[in-house]
Design a protein. Structure first.
Length: 275
């Protein structure tokens, strides 16, 4: 078996929402590290600051602000070029660390008016709600999607606000999580017995099963170790699923490189102190 630093990857499915691949010849801890980094440390752009100039709706300011923050924004083309606001030299907001949004909707009819993500106006065409991207193009790689409802207005009600989107990652707040879900399985036929089924014959089989039709689970193999991992990465829309995977691996690689550098410096300092 190859060492854990010589894994192989096989892409099995890729579309606008999902990326499925198989990771082989590595350790379970490495596979789980990749999963955790994709969820918690892959940066995206999300609304983080809201100023409401007028709100006569039935929804409170805090509720609307929270709903705006959870709207996924297209981040593929901009997130790498943006700075974190904490690292930016500006005093408030600038184009290097933020994207400005505005919304101004007034209901003047007797019918209920829906305020949706289509009413959010962005100053940066590359950063818009995922439901609004490439809408003007006939060839849309992302497919059709419905606008996200923010609030409903009755006659005479008005909502006007200004918002800024910033770069962040899921460890700070879930609104920066680029995934709807990341999962992997390493024992589709339960040969390791990490899961105990009360009635194995009634349990649904994995899509990666190698069992025959009349078999419910593989024979127990006490000496086996997880070596093949079936990943399914589902995007929330802010990043393409393939970008989530590649960015996550790059971030994990950088973290390990930084750890190696710092450890080398510590060892050198210790050696100097001993001498």
């Amino acid at each position: 078996m190859p060492y854990a630093n010589q894994p192989s990857v096989t892409l099995t499915e890729l579309n606008a929402e999902n990326c499925k691949f198989q990771l082989e010849d590595t350790d379970l801890s490495v596979a789980n590290s990749i999963r955790r980094v994709m969820i918690a440390e892959t940066p995206t752009i999300a609304i983080d600051w809201v100023q409401l100039d007028s709100n006569s709706t039935v929804i409170s300011d805090e509720f609307i602000s929270h709903r705006l923050g959870l709207i996924p924004l297209t981040s593929d083309e901009m997130v790498d070029n943006m700075q974190y606001s904490r690292d930016c030299t500006c005093t408030d907001f600038c184009t290097d660390c933020s994207v400005e949004f505005s919304l101004d909707v007034n209901c003047t009819t007797d019918t209920t008016k829906h305020v949706t993500t289509s009413d959010l106006i962005s100053t940066e065409p590359k950063v818009v709600p995922v439901t609004s991207r490439d809408r003007e193009n006939e060839a849309n790689d992302y497919g059709d999607s419905d606008d996200i409802l923010i609030v409903k207005l009755r006659k005479g009600q008005h909502l006007k606000l200004r918002a800024y989107a910033k770069k962040g990652f899921g460890k700070e707040h879930a609104k920066w999580n680029p995934t709807a879900g990341v999962a992997f399985e390493y024992d589709p036929d339960n040969a390791l017995r990490h899961t105990i089924y009360p009635k194995p014959d009634e349990w649904p089989k994995s899509e990666y099963t190698e069992l025959e039709e009349d078999e419910s689970q593989a024979p127990y193999d006490y000496a086996a170790k997880p070596n093949k991992f079936f990943f399914n990465v589902e995007s929330c829309g802010s990043l393409k699923p393939q970008n989530i995977v590649t960015m996550g691996v790059s971030i994990l690689k950088k973290k390990l490189s930084d750890l190696q550098t710092n450890l080398s410096q510590e060892l050198q300092n210790d050696a100097l102190q001993i001498n």
